[in-house]
Design a protein around this ligand. Structure first.
Ligand code: AP5
Ligand code: ZN
Length: 204
């Protein structure tokens, strides 16, 4: 199966991808995680991406599409979740072409619906264990006392606002794009994580 997790920053796309990886034999392709890893390792890709990410803007389409093309070569026979990709109409059309070339198609696009105020609460409270990548929230899923956590560079209030603005202007048009193809499924992303998981399973 091929799934797309579409939704604003902080909607819980990464959290739910982890559930499906652990429980349902999915592989997650998160363009955000790939880019953060590249920034951390100081690669060419990381150098190109950093300034966009730090200011909450999208990394240019051709860079992102190149990443996906490579990933699809290795993983095309697997159950895949695209987390945070596509984010522009151009990316969506490119994905359709790439999948078409290998005789695959998107099975479902899950739209995570959540109001902006809730996104701000979630992202300002998000903490990450840099050793394992486990995601916590200071209020909703606090880290154990002995785990040292960090905050993502783009989880500052000004950057969060910019990311939301970019989502509404550049990514939200995909809702229409996929609903016209009859593969869009909306879920209430404000529910607790296990409830959101059940909704996703009911789509599958
Ligand atoms: P990316 O890494 O994709 O970030 P994002 O879309 O902004 O989404 P987040 O990772 O912030 O949120 P999430 O939905 O995964 O939520 P999470 O599960 O962590 O992108 C980062 C940057 O990279 C972009 O700004 C851009 O520059 C670049 N980029 C990436 N992809 C790109 C592309 N395709 N094109 C161009 N540029 C690209 O949860 C958030 C918090 O809420 C956590 O603390 C969690 O514990 C908590 N939480 C989760 N679920 C629940 C729940 N149900 N109830 C209560 N709390 C919850
Ligand atoms: Zn994420």
């Amino acid at each position: 199966k091929i799934l797309i997790f579409l939704g604003p920053p902080g909607a819980g796309k990464g959290t739910q991808s982890q559930f499906l990886k652990d429980r349902d034999n999915f592989i997650q392709i998160s363009t955000g995680d790939i880019l953060r890893e590249a920034v951390k390792n100081g690669t060419e890709l990381g150098k190109k991406a950093k300034s966009y990410m730090d200011t909450g803007q999208l990394v240019p389409d051709e860079i992102i599409i190149g990443i996906i093309e490579e990933k699809l070569k290795e993983l095309s026979d697997k159950n895949i979740i695209f987390d945070g990709f596509p984010r522009t109409l151009n990316q969506a059309e490119s994905l359709d072409k790439l999948l078409n070339q290998i005789g695959k198609k998107i099975d479902a696009v899950i739209l995570f619906e959540i109001p902006d105020e809730e996104v701000i609460r979630r992202l300002s409270g998000r903490r990450i264990d840099p050793k394992t990548g486990t995601v916590y929230h200071i209020e909703f899923s606090p880290p154990p006392k002995d785990v040292e956590v960090i905050q993502r560079d783009d989880d500052k209030e000004e950057v969060i606002k910019k990311r939301l603005e970019v989502y509404h202007s550049q990514t939200a048009p995909l809702i229409d794009y996929y609903s016209k193809k009859n593969i869009l499924y909306k879920i209430d992303a404000t529910l607790p994580p296990e409830e959101v998981y059940k909704k996703i399973k009911s789509v599958l």
